[in-house]
Design a protein around this ligand. Structure first.
Ligand code: ZN
Length: 141
């Protein structure tokens, strides 16, 4: 009988241990989550500090010497962004010009010609299989 009592006691202790471990684990995870929140807040503040330094540089104010390289790197990247945005604008404008040319060409084409192919250079309607545009001479691809 003592054996079963001991066994029962051991099982109870085991369950209590497991329960304690679970509680500890939950507590540790809560603490880790708090640490993570604090770290996020620190990083957000660091970004704000950088923004302030950059704003000072933009305003022509003196910034710490050891931040000059970082600020110059940002300036270079901003120039790169402007350049990339310019390329997007070029594509947009070219696309609009092409659309306008097509619209003009299809408006100029006599109704019912059934042309489905248009010159990639001038937008003139072309017969299927045409290699060179009869209007502007551009080779079709
Ligand atoms: Zn053409």
């Amino acid at each position: 009988m003592a054996f079963f009592q001991d066994l029962g006691k051991k099982i109870t202790e085991g369950v209590q241990d497991a329960s304690k471990k679970t509680t500890e684990l939950i507590e540790v995870n809560k603490l880790k989550s708090s640490i993570s929140s604090e770290k996020d807040a620190i990083n957000a503040t660091k970004i704000q500090m950088g923004d302030k330094i950059f704003a000072m540089f933009n305003a022509g104010e003196a910034i710490p010497d050891n931040m000059t390289d970082d600020v110059q790197a940002i300036v270079a990247r901003l120039e790169k962004i402007t350049e990339l945005e310019g390329k997007i604008e070029e594509i947009r404008l070219a696309s609009e010009a092409e659309k306008a040319t097509r619209a003009a060409a299809s408006a100029a084409a006599p109704a019912g010609t059934g042309a489905t192919k248009f010159c990639t250079g001038c937008g003139a309607p072309l017969a299927e299989g045409t290699v060179f545009c009869g209007k502007c001479g551009k080779k079709q691809e």
